[in-house]
Design a protein around this ligand. Sequence first.
Ligand SMILES: Nc1ncnc2c1ncn2[C@@H]1O[C@H](COP(=O)(O)OP(=O)(O)OP(=O)(O)O)[C@@H](O)[C@H]1O
Ligand SMILES: [Mg+2]
Length: 375
Amino acid sequence: MQRCFNNAGSASNQVKCTPMSSTILNTQDPTIRCDGVFKIFGDNAKQVLQASAGTVNAEKFKEQGCIVGVNDASFEVYPGELLIIMGLSGSGKSTLLRCISRLTEATAGNIYIDGEDILSLNNKKLIELRRSKMGMVFQSFALLPHKTVLENIAFPLQVKGVSTKKSIERASEMIELVSLSGRENYFPRELSGGQQQRVGIARSLAIEPDIWFLDEPFSALDPLIRKEMQDEFLRLQGVLSKTILFVTHDFDEALRLADRIAIMKDGIIEQLDTPANIVLNPASEYVQKFTAEVPREKVLKIESVMDVVTPGDAVGDIKVQKDAIIETVAELILNSDKPISVVDESGELVGSVSASKVISVLFGGHSPGETGQAS
Ligand SMILES: Nc1ncnc2c1ncn2[C@@H]1O[C@H](COP(=O)(O)OP(=O)(O)OP(=O)(O)O)[C@@H](O)[C@H]1O
Ligand SMILES: [Mg+2]
């Protein structure tokens, strides 16, 4: 996730910048590549899938004792990208994550991590790969019940060979980060669900993996701490730039964090795209329904509502980035009596945006066609 500030520079004027555009992403080798991945649950899953020749009918499969978890998933995730996975309960989000981390064996297809075919790895190599590259936060917390908070967080570091002293130091830092200071010596059963989840997050953050699998990591947290964790997460991601697969049910969370969003239904990835395209150009009726309530100002960029400036036009001294999401700079624009300057990545003036234009987006029901191209 790229973050930047407008030229005013203060924290209150913080602007969310464009997530990495697919054109930039596509010039790099993917960190994760899934090629026709299927996960069918059932004793005879392989045979049933083979007999179907890849055309999966969930109802017919069910009659044959099989449940469809993931249905023909093909996509790539690029270095430093944060891919959000959304979809209703049972749509296959956790199963997809589990297939990629090989906690579940895919029934068919290929999965590559940094170009390495992970389905061909033996157990020893797989464990090594997980330890060296992968971090996971599970929906179900998955803490070790007989270890304290501190021990739970320090444990994976010790497994990695970090000295006891260093691992305890690092674990203590993480405890502070997730606001659990004072509870170092508690056991998981003595913590609330939200607190347990924070231990899970701290444990995963401690090892700074290259690839993070986060399955609804903030869902058990109350709104205030959830927002704080998201902020912290964005700050960390700004510094560490990890490759992340993140499952959430919360669209606001998705829009705050995502570079791209995948929407799943019945095991199928219905659309995988930028937040703006998911909302403004839904690929199916399902995605349209799924995103119908998302306010446009949360996905539209300033670029899409700005006027191109011509020399001599009076524009204000305050500047916003053309990639800023409207919601993040709306207040700034609404409080200005002059049109605000819009600048590109190099600070070059490219346009201006007025309060009236922003008001028309916020309250006037602009359609994408009227406001410009989603990117
Ligand atoms: N071990 C299993 N055995 C049989 N079926 C399973 C198993 N794990 C998952 N499933 C089925 O696979 C489908 C996808 O489940 P999954 O847990 O991936 O959904 P999800 O999108 O993560 O849902 P939620 O939002 O509720 O966590 C569901 O129909 C589920 O019942
Ligand atoms: Mg799940």
